[in-house]
Design a protein. Sequence first.
Lengths: 233, 233, 217, 217
Amino acid sequence: MINKKVADVTEAMQGVKDDMTLMLGGFGLCGIPENAINNLVKLNVKGLTCISNNAGVDDFGLGLLLHKRQIKKMVSSYVGENDEFERQMLSGELDVELVPQGTLVERCRAAQSGFPAFFTPAGYGTEVAEGKEVREFNGKMYVLEKAFEADFAFIKAWKGDAAGNLIFKGTARNFNPSMCGAAKITVAEVEELVPVGSLDPNQIHIPGIFVQRIFQGKDYEKRIEQLTVRQRS
Amino acid sequence: MINKKVADVTEAMQGVKDDMTLMLGGFGLCGIPENAINNLVKLNVKGLTCISNNAGVDDFGLGLLLHKRQIKKMVSSYVGENDEFERQMLSGELDVELVPQGTLVERCRAAQSGFPAFFTPAGYGTEVAEGKEVREFNGKMYVLEKAFEADFAFIKAWKGDAAGNLIFKGTARNFNPSMCGAAKITVAEVEELVPVGSLDPNQIHIPGIFVQRIFQGKDYEKRIEQLTVRQRS
Amino acid sequence: MLDKIGIAKRIAQEVQDGYYVNLGIGIPTLVANYVRDGIEVEFQSENGVLGMGPFPFEGEEDADLINAGKQTITTLPGASFFDSSLSFSMIRGQHVDLTILGAMEVSEEGDIANWKIPGKMVKGMGGAMDLVASAQNIIVAMMHTNKAGESKLLKKCSLPLTGVGCVKKIVTNLAVLEVTENGFKLLERAPGISVDEIKKATEGHLIVDGDIPEMVL
Amino acid sequence: MLDKIGIAKRIAQEVQDGYYVNLGIGIPTLVANYVRDGIEVEFQSENGVLGMGPFPFEGEEDADLINAGKQTITTLPGASFFDSSLSFSMIRGQHVDLTILGAMEVSEEGDIANWKIPGKMVKGMGGAMDLVASAQNIIVAMMHTNKAGESKLLKKCSLPLTGVGCVKKIVTNLAVLEVTENGFKLLERAPGISVDEIKKATEGHLIVDGDIPEMVL
């Protein structure tokens, strides 16, 4: 068993520098690497390019980095529910590459899996396809999209072990699995670091080979963005 | 819950006809859809094109269909350990398209996932790349490979429910998940059909949306191809 | 004239037995409440869940269980969770039978715009570009006109597109329309709405063929 | 001269702490037995397992648990199972650190042929084409000459290729060689084998630079 365990978030973030490209898992605030994000704020690294479906909200998640102007460029599919994100984008302070959600995840998976490029129908005939090769297959039009390149991927999982094996929970899985191994270094934080051998090998979502560092996360807030309930009748 | 359960293999095979293209899960004899294969022998459909990593052994798995000359063409990555397969191929009786294993599974996944084509490094500079587009990305050469098209996919899983959700076991998983939803109709046979709601939604390998028919398989032989043991010291 | 719930109710009639359905944010989300009894339908959300149930009871919400609108949800028996990659395999691979989403504009050729107003507003396309480029059956739920009273059913979209030639059917507060080769074909009128009112509110080419029935909710 | 076990032992010396290793069928499979103590290594098999252990005890074999050579296996703590797609993501995505496989021929440019003899024999490439096209570190384990005594280290491969310019190192029954821009560079001699014997058995360009040490097993 190859040991990926590091002591804490500080050790896990070793090597993160200004102007790097980072991938960050999560959808909205669900399944985001809270420990890594808070440490990026603390480290105060600047000029970051962040690949993440959303940019958090104004005062949580990646929104914290936006407020501190640590982010040079966001690569995301959705800006809604983050006024500061939209404001910085419209004012031109922030460079934003908007990518269709399915293309966004597949560009991560392509990096993870050694595919340089793939054809997808998403975005054909729109701004997204501008400057890209398009081609017809079986009577339908497709756009050639390329794998991402990133320095670090920050991943949040539910359970993990020192071998780097990961299990996600519910819809907190989202982009996290496809970002594992899609950057030079993948850092996974977990709610529960369990002993090696206690995870069923048949039920591991991401094998440890895709993870370089793993640590037990702390103080998860797991904020709910849109609490929606029904009344008991 | 959309019900995919059918009574038995006979009902599951409705619509299988001569000259169809079939995908069949399994690696060697591990995780092959035994019930479906035995029923194909019984139905005596001819002129089949079979996409499957291997073609079984002489007297088990797809080897049974080869012996009865039901297969017109095999699309596989490996012929070894099946003398009849190699003989029919070398004599020209059987049309064989040999595909690198990683490309084979990705052509299935591309069909499952709506990707018409992708670039892969496998086979560049070899026979496999002949007649195909090649292209350089970041200084490395890649081959453009296309999604498969198939009429039926026959899948073997460990556990499943009437919603079509599947869980595989050990290395019997192999090609099965990527073939689900990669053909017009996906037929899953399971060792154990469990009540809907008894599978943990977090641990389902393939959601039922990729499966059109599911049935409780019978009389699994699960033959071992290369029994290899060590002595107790 | 229909309100948002009326639009959702009318669209719910389009949902067939055995359908896997993806619902967008807003009016589409309401459709789930009005699917008729006795049919089997599963709702997919592109953030990674199939088999969504109703919203949770207060106090039973789970931060790890949301839909694509970031709302807390529950799951039904037979549900499954999966990653974004497999989720878009379902969408791009045309395993989802019906997609219902909102729009700012739809053109008579079936183009749709719903993610950006240059210089003013950018929400992002989220999963919409994948959905509209892939789905074989797309229904748009929207108001017939915008807040300024201008038609949202146009000859050509003026806003940046989300997808081209993809919308099949539109349900608005005024009408049900099919997108055909020749333009918007009027299928049904909302209760109390005349064909003339619909004509006035439709900038794109409207095809009125014979008597147009009032919709039955 | 080395036997198969000797070749496996010598290759095992190349396995470093923290390596994920994919072993081909035949001699490469034996390498697992000789990895030195005290280092952490995990073996990947492309049919879908990481963290392979030794063969099972008799009676404990499981038909659902095999390696890519179709042999029954066991797993070690920390192991995982996955589908073929994710397995080749590991391989194609260069997450596997070392690939060891057999060959029929290797050229002085690092080309390899190991899947077909036209008109005579076809095994198929299995996962080998993906492995050799992807791996940054490929070691070939083979006999220096074929059964007819002809060299398998050639100027150009005569058989259909498995991959081009990919082999980095070769361990044979006679020698350890590195594939360089200028040809096969002789690194070590097998015990009792002279440089002349290696020269005679090598058709491709052999670089002999200074004294060539005998390998230490």
